[in-house]
Design a protein around this ligand. Structure first.
Ligand code: XIL
Length: 570
């Protein structure tokens, strides 16, 4: 197929040294009407047919058409000189193009095997994407050590009729179309009612141009954004009383064009403070009295939050106010030590309380967060200090809605149990606890499986976040590795904007969870839906009749059938 010749050429030119993609079958060398073997794994004979035909969408192209499908029947193709071991160790993905006719059935599980070994079984079998058009597919293969070379692939279901073309082995996932709405992180996150977000380096990309690959990747994959630097104090108020909202506004406009939420980051912080407030963010060395510094803080918060009222949906009101050491945590009755910032030094601890009150006054609808690093794992002094501070704020009636865990991690340091128990306890304070700045650096990029281990770490975090209703959002701190503020390739996309294993790990988690939950985002009550539902158990017995939709989440933990969908309540 022409477009793939072109793609292959591009790949050859840009990656001449490495084999990034190998086209196994494009069916152009076959005669029209030629048959390919079909093999039924549980029966001697099969009525299924795989025949080379004209592409239903392009008469100049030949493709394989599979019809009259019986269960467990797969297309049989030879890998030629290549063994299973070579195929699965040199390449990571099996990619192909799929065309499903409009009347195609719903239940589909794609499987691929080499001889007796399964290299992929698709868990996302309810939804194989659009019908009546070609859809790019790619599957991550399990690596196999065998000398076998017969590749079996296809849909393991009875009602599948499909066309397939351009079967390829791919070492970087070129088969994945980042902009196909059904393959994005956002698509799956929204099905789970979660926010998946990213920090956007607004100054280095053109967020005003929806056609740029980078911009498109952002709004396709994320439903929440935060400015990496452009809404910090120095960016918004470089001189006293002089506000510069342009870059922040561009991001908010992007979000509004694509129906994304915006986190505002950050109103009060000791870092990236303009020099008219403090020479270093720590010392109160510009001669301000306590009252005047409080006035400066209030003016900043009020002006910024008012400017973005209704457009920025939540704010990091206070960022990184805790001391790293927490030396007096056991003796100090408050149970936390604050960092010596200009705000703490000049105003006193109440700067935190006041900041939340000012923000709330400026936009009572905005959700207000505190945000911190190094407070993710239960058992650490700083983690406990954070909890103590947050509990103190909540108990004093301060308008705080949630707690941000920055989560700047390194592969190898993540303790899932400690993270899980820490996130969990904020639910009992009636607060959200979200992941605000996730990035996971790889300590040694040359280590075997470095990127797979990173993906596993991302998977762990995503799974924990998915387990809790009060963990509503997971944001990564940047888009591509080369633009990250940290080394060690910590993000989801590489420098060429290709999705990394970490991307697929997060997408897997979201996809599986969405499929299992089978719920619409936040179980909305809209005009189309009845406000009340009948709830059945898996035996088909009625559990509750006429339950108000808003009470679904209060059902005892278990799996129910609601609106003909499987719903898991935790
Ligand atoms: C970082 C940005 O990513 C960098 O570009 C900038 O030079 C420094 O700040 N915690 C935070 C973020 O709350 O604002 C920081 O962002 C990373 C650590």
């Amino acid at each position: 197929m022409n477009k793939y010749i072109l793609l292959t050429l591009c790949i050859l030119t840009s990656f001449a040294a490495s084999a990034e993609e190998k086209v196994l079958f494009d069916f152009e060398n076959y005669d029209l009407g030629a048959r390919i073997e079909m093999r039924d794994f549980y029966s001697e004979t099969t009525a299924s047919v795989a025949e080379v035909v004209q592409d239903p969408a392009n008469p100049n192209n030949k493709v394989l058409h599979v019809s009259n499908k019986s269960w467990n029947t797969l297309i049989e193709l030879s890998l030629g000189q290549m063994t299973a071991e070579e195929a699965t160790s040199s390449y990571q993905y099996l990619a192909f193009d799929l065309y499903r006719p409009a009347q195609d059935g719903a239940y589909k599980m794609f499987v691929a095997r080499i001889d007796a070994d399964t290299i992929y079984a698709d868990a996302g079998f309810y939804d194989q994407g659009a019908t009546g058009q070609w859809v790019g597919k790619s599957y991550r293969m399990k690596s196999i050590t065998s000398q076998g070379n017969t590749l079996y692939m296809g849909y393991q279901s009875i009602d599948a009729e499909f066309y397939i073309d351009n079967v390829r082995l791919v070492s970087v996932d070129y088969g994945y179309n980042y902009f196909d709405p059904e393959q994005t992180l956002r698509h799956h996150a929204e099905k789970c009612g979660k926010n998946i977000g990213a920090a956007v380096p607004v100054w280095r990309i053109n967020v005003n141009d929806d056609n740029q690959d980078m911009t498109q990747t952002i709004y396709s994959n994320f439903n929440m954004v935060v400015a990496e630097n452009e809404m910090k104090i120095d960016a918004l108020q470089p001189n006293r009383g002089e506000f510069t909202f342009y870059n922040g506004d561009c991001l908010v406009n992007l979000a509004e064009r694509h129906n994304m939420s915006v986190r505002g980051h950050t109103l009060v912080w000791h870092s990236q403070v303009p020099s008219w407030i403090s020479s270093d963010g720590k010392k109160n060395d510009r001669g301000y009295s306590r009252a005047e510094l409080l006035r400066i803080m209030k003016d900043h918060i009020t002006t910024v939050v008012t400017h973005y009222k209704g457009r920025v949906h939540e704010w990091d009101v206070v960022n990184e106010c805790l001391d790293d050491n927490q030396t007096t945590i056991r003796t100090n009755p408050a149970g936390y030590d604050l960092r010596p910032s200009v705000w703490y030094t000049g105003i006193g601890e109440e700067f935190i309380d006041s900041a939340f009150v000012y923000a709330h006054q400026a936009d009572p609808e905005a959700k207000l967060y505190i945000n911190e690093y190094g407070v993710e794992f239960q058992g650490k002094a700083k983690t406990q200090a954070y909890y103590n501070l947050v509990r103190r704020l909540k108990n004093s009636g301060i308008p705080i809605d949630g707690v941000g865990l920055q989560c700047h991690f390194t592969v190898g340091e993540i303790d899932s149990t400690k993270l899980d128990t820490n996130i969990k306890r904020y639910a009992s304070l009636n607060l959200n606890c979200i992941v605000t700045e996730l990035d996971i650096s790889i300590p040694n990029l040359n280590a075997p499986n470095a990127y797979e281990q990173q993906a596993a770490a991302y998977r762990t975090i995503a799974n924990i976040c998915m387990n809790y209703d009060h963990c509503t959002s997971l944001l990564v701190w940047g888009i591509t590795d080369n633009m990250s503020w940290r080394g060690g390739d910590p993000l989801l996309f590489n420098s060429q904007l290709r999705a990394k294993p970490a991307f697929f790990a997060i997408r897997d988690v979201l996809e599986h969870r969405a499929q299992f939950l089978g719920v619409e985002p936040n179980m909305p009550i809209d005009e189309q839906q009845s406000t009340h539902v009948d709830v059945y158990n898996l035996y088909g017995q009625l559990v509750v009749k006429n339950l108000h939709r808003s009470h679904i989440r209060q059902l005892p933990a278990g799996i129910y059938i609601i609106d003909r969908k499987k719903v898991m309540i935790r």
